[in-house]
Design a protein around this ligand. Structure first.
Ligand SMILES: *Cc1c(COP(=O)(O)O)cnc(C)c1O
Length: 219
């Protein structure tokens, strides 16, 4: 099923959209099947789990961190990930920059925006994105490339459309402000139930788990 799911989803996508397979709690053999079917980008939520898979997955893929990053794990994150999608504070940015400097690495990062302003959700408040950008831009080892958002769980994908529009507006505004200074390119939003709406509203990275791998047993 994984193979068919990947092929069907990829066939549906415009070519400018990157499908990140959200692989938390999925086995290495499931992930390998997805890679054989055409997945080139993996999204992991947890450092430890990513490390265990990183040494076992032999195919060259791009690794995205899509879960919250604690400062004390920044060093380990720099070793695995090709992009951190969840940068959400100046403190984390500083620690990450320092670790990337030591590792001699320039890290592409997305700012995670709490677009729905949900109190329990990760991400920075929409009106704080600009301030965080000002900090990131001073850090030579981080490369800010766009925004990521989660948004609330919804029954009807249409109900999240306004939030995606809102996030795209922030994306465009920041892009304009920093034009010529940063390579502002990626808008990561949309999951299994919402990726179609997200793409319509300008997402060019979508993070999909269930629609590729089926429901997680743990849920
Ligand atoms: C699990 C997860 C996804 C994918 O969710 P599905 O509904 O299974 O597609 C996307 N983004 C993040 C941050 C996740 O943790």
């Amino acid at each position: 099923m994984i193979r068919e799911n990947v092929r069907r989803i990829l066939a549906e996508f415009p070519s400018h959209v990157t499908l990140v397979a959200a692989t938390k709690a999925r086995s290495v053999s499931e992930i390998n099947e997805a890679i054989e079917a055409g997945i080139t980008n993996l999204g992991e939520n947890y450092i430890q789990e990513a490390e265990e898979k990183f040494i076992r997955i032999k195919k060259k893929v791009r690794w995205h961190l899509i879960g919250h990053l604690q400062k004390n794990k920044a060093k380990r994150a720099t070793k695995i990930f090709d992009m951190i999608e969840t940068l959400d504070s100046p403190e984390l940015a500083e620690v990450l920059d320092r670790e990337c400097n030591k590792a001699n690495k320039i890290m592409p990062v997305l700012i995670e925006v709490n677009s729905g302003q949900e109190s329990q959700k990760a991400g920075i408040a929409p009106d704080a994105v600009e301030g965080l950008m000002e900090e990131i831009i001073k850090l030579p080892n981080l490369k800010p490339m766009g925004l990521m958002t989660m948004g609330p769980l919804v029954d009807n994908p249409e109900s999240i459309r306004p939030l995606f529009k809102f996030t795209k507006d922030i994306f465009d505004k920041i892009g304009k402000m920093y034009e010529g200074r940063v390579e502002w390119r990626y808008l990561s939003m949309g999951m299994s139930d919402t990726y179609r709406v997200a793409i319509e509203e300008g997402a060019n990275i979508v993070r999909v788990g269930t629609a590729i791998f089926g429901r997680r047993d743990k849920d």
